[in-house]
Design a protein around this ligand. Structure first.
Ligand code: ATP
Ligand code: MG
Length: 449
């Protein structure tokens, strides 16, 4: 039974008094909570501060999932937290938080924040600590607040649960326990206002709905489409980080489907919008297949890289632009190179893909041009290319998505499995076949004349 301390509930805010859920009434197992997070909370409590484990870890533990990380919220100021832990440092400009380093993990400690302008003496010296633009976008958000205020400024009801490991009690300010039980994603407060303050929340709603397989509550879902273009206010590094969380968390395919459904995907990869579905390339099935393969790799603990995903997401745009350059009389490799630069530079203004990923992306693309030409010594040389594996996987991906490449993927599969002699034979056969094709072509043109 939940013990309701107050019946007061304002729909646009969180409750001023939380529902207190005692140990017997919740399924959060103390033994699964990080020892380091408990240590941080108890050190803060011993020093006279309030401290709780909060956010995704409480939510995930209640759902029987293993949390990615543990966050702690406290009324101690960043400098006060830092003073208590030897191996800690203050990071961040937009949000000042403290990272407490342990041998196996980092515990992120956040000081309670408020959504309102506050007159408290404890505010940072900078009086402009909270600013909004005309569109309602928050540009700085470092106003410290109370526990209740901290709960109100969190994004989702299921993310606003506070766990006190000393008492094994959960404090629920926004009926998050009920939403966890009913598997519902619900934003705290007025949805449009909360999205306008920080458009990343549009993506977070999608991400958690996909990750947890929760339905999005009607009021939370309704404004998403209308506000989707607000994603352009998010800085390109932040949008890149957030995109990776959507694409590489194991639920990429369902995230992609939801992003499309709510009109958000086109703001993450604008070039892919309205792509002509020519007969050899179907952007949508390529993307679905790329996400499906990524999800499967994650499930079987294989490595995944943003380079491969973005190589796929930009491939249809690349093919289209390469064709345009070729039509102007440029060589295939020059055209591909020019198109690659252009496609990447358009994308990085939206999501700041670091160079360490754009370089392998270009190599994967380049291999798509090289790998069909595998006669003579070329196959062996290509198989030693440092990006060969990704290039080969990309060929398979294109074929899985329905592109006809004359069984090129299968050829390369057999080539890799073959003995040295077998490989040589395969290459010779390719050389013979391609010579025959060239010969046939030549005689056809002769006859035509
Ligand atoms: P996970 O770590 O599994 O991705 P999480 O819920 O812990 O999920 P974090 O990004 O680690 O997500 O954020 C921790 C908590 O901070 C969230 O649970 C939420 O309460 C709050 N939070 C994060 N981002 C926002 C935001 N943009 N607006 C409001 N609250 C946020
Ligand atoms: Mg987290």
């Amino acid at each position: 039974m939940l013990e309701r301390m107050s019946t007061f509930f304002n729909k646009s805010k969180t409750q001023s008094n939380p529902t207190v859920v005692s140990r017997e009434n919740h399924s959060l197992s103390f033994s699964l909570v990080s020892r380091d997070a408990i240590k941080v909370v108890q050190t803060l409590q011993k020093a006279g501060y309030e401290a709780y484990i909060v956010g995704g870890s409480v939510r995930d533990l209640l759902l029987g999932l293993s949390p990615k990380d543990f966050d702690v919220a406290t009324n101690a100021l960043p400098s006060e937290v830092k003073a208590l832990f030897r191996r800690s440092r203050i990071i961040g400009r937009r949000f000042q938080i403290v990272h407490v380093q342990f041998s196996r993990e980092v515990i992120e400690v956040t000081t309670f924040r408020s959504n309102e302008k506050s007159n408290s003496d404890e505010q940072p010296k900078n009086t402009d600590s909270r600013q909004k633009t005309n569109s309602g976008l928050l540009t700085r958000d470092n106003v410290f607040g109370t526990l209740e205020e901290d709960a109100a400024r969190r994004d989702l009801t299921v993310n606003a649960l506070y766990y006190d490991p000393s008492e094994e009690i959960i404090y629920d300010f926004a009926d998050g326990m009920k939403d966890i039980k009913n598997r519902v994603i619900r934003i705290i407060g007025n949805a449009s206002t909360r999205y306008s303050e920080d458009p990343v929340r549009l993506l977070r709603v999608i991400r958690f709905s996909a990750k947890l397989d929760f339905t999005i509550e009607t009021g939370t879902a309704k404004p998403i489409r209308k506000l989707s273009s607000d994603l352009r206010y998010i800085s390109s590094p932040r949008l890149f980080d957030e995109s990776l969380k959507l694409f590489m968390s194991g639920e990429g395919l369902s995230s992609y489907k939801l992003l499309k459904e709510y009109g958000l995907f086109e703001y993450l990869v604008p070039q892919a919008k309205n792509l002509v579905r020519n007969k050899s390339i179907n952007a949508d099935s390529l993307f679905e297949q790329a996400f499906l393969n990524t999800d499967n790799r994650i499930k079987s603990s294989q490595r995944v890289t943003p380079a491969f995903i973005y190589a796929a997401l930009l491939w249809p745009s690349l093919v289209k632009l390469t064709e345009a350059f070729k039509e102007k009389g440029n060589s295939p490799s020059y055209s591909l190179n020019k198109a690659a630069s252009e496609v990447i530079s358009r994308q990085i203004s939206i999501t700041a893909i670091p160079k360490r990923f754009t370089i392998p992306m270009r190599e994967i693309w380049d291999l798509q041009l090289q790998m069909p030409r595998r006669g003579g010594k070329r196959a062996e040389r290509l198989s030693l290319h440092r990006r060969f594996r990704a290039g080969y996987d990309f060929i398979l991906l294109r074929e899985q998505a329905g592109e006809n490449l004359d069984n090129l993927g299968e050829w390369w599969t057999l080539y890799q499995e073959a003995s040295i002699e077998g490989r040589e034979k395969m290459s010779q056969n390719v050389s013979k076949t391609s010579k025959r094709i060239v010969k046939n072509r030549k005689s056809k043109t002769k006859n035509a004349k």
